[in-house]
Write a protein that binds this ligand. Structure first.
Ligand code: HEC
Length: 204
């Protein structure tokens, strides 16, 4: 699983178009090979990739076609999502009382649910609404050290592929995340949650 995730990240760094679950390389966008060879520019090239992904807009499963208006303004593209996380706007949402050790692989954590996801968890809904967002902060001691985010970008969870997944172990804006629509390395473990949300509810 680790190897698969690493490979996925690499592919994402090389071109954001490949970060959508659509993996067929189309001949028309052949310029990405040449332009992505300047190794240090991974985050820059992925952000430009996100804007140029309109060329791939025929692929219906791409997270980049998701309208952030559905998710209280939370964008499902890596550069924009990181910028939004930096604002810490999610800290106004329903949340756990304090950081605590993860019961999974996530270290010390504190989870926040967007208002519509919180309401859906409270209602014990089998499918959460389009635009549901969960943000999990990672802590190293008392210090914020990164984030994990899940955003429901499609009306149906579709076995986990209807969610955009994002994780970064660094709070600097240029840090390279593990991210993408329908990442099996994430949803595999989340599939036993309530529609892919695992945090015990009511929040503690
Ligand atoms: C081995 C199991 C496992 C894997 C793999 C995993 N998670 Fe989680 N995740 C958990 C558990 C357990 C929780 C509940 C809170 C806790 O104890 O950390 C959780 C909680 C979360 C939450 C808070 C919302 C919720 O569902 O409770 C987010 C967001 C999240 N994970 C994102 C991710 C992302 C993104 C990935 C992939 C990069 C990922 N997770 C991979 C086990 C896992």
């Amino acid at each position: 699983m680790t190897r698969r995730r690493a490979l996925f990240t690499l592919v994402c760094v090389l071109g954001a178009a490949a970060c959508s679950s659509e993996s067929t390389p189309s001949g028309s966008s052949g310029t990405s090979n040449g332009s992505s060879s300047s190794g240090g520019d991974a985050s820059a090239s992925s952000s430009s990739g996100a804007t140029s992904s309109s060329s791939g807009s025929t692929s219906s499963s791409s997270g980049s076609t998701f309208d952030a208006a559905a998710s209280d303004g939370v964008p499902a593209t890596p550069t924009e999502l990181n910028a939004w996380l930096q604002t810490k706007a999610y800290q106004a949402w329903p949340k756990e009382g304090a950081p605590h050790p993860s019961t999974g692989p996530h270290g010390n954590v504190r989870t926040y649910l967007s208002p519509k996801l919180d309401a859906s968890m409270q209602a014990k809904a089998a499918e959460h609404p389009l635009g549901s967002v969960a943000v999990k902060e990672f802590y190293s001691g008392q210090t914020l050290s990164g984030w994990a985010v899940s955003i429901k970008t499609e009306a149906q969870s579709n076995g986990g592929k209807g969610w955009y997944w994002y994780e970064v172990f660094d709070t600097t804006p240029t840090a390279t995340p593990i991210q993408g629509q329908g990442l099996s390395g994430c949803f595999g473990c989340h599939s036993d949650g309530r529609d892919y949300v695992k945090i015990p509810y009511p929040l503690q």
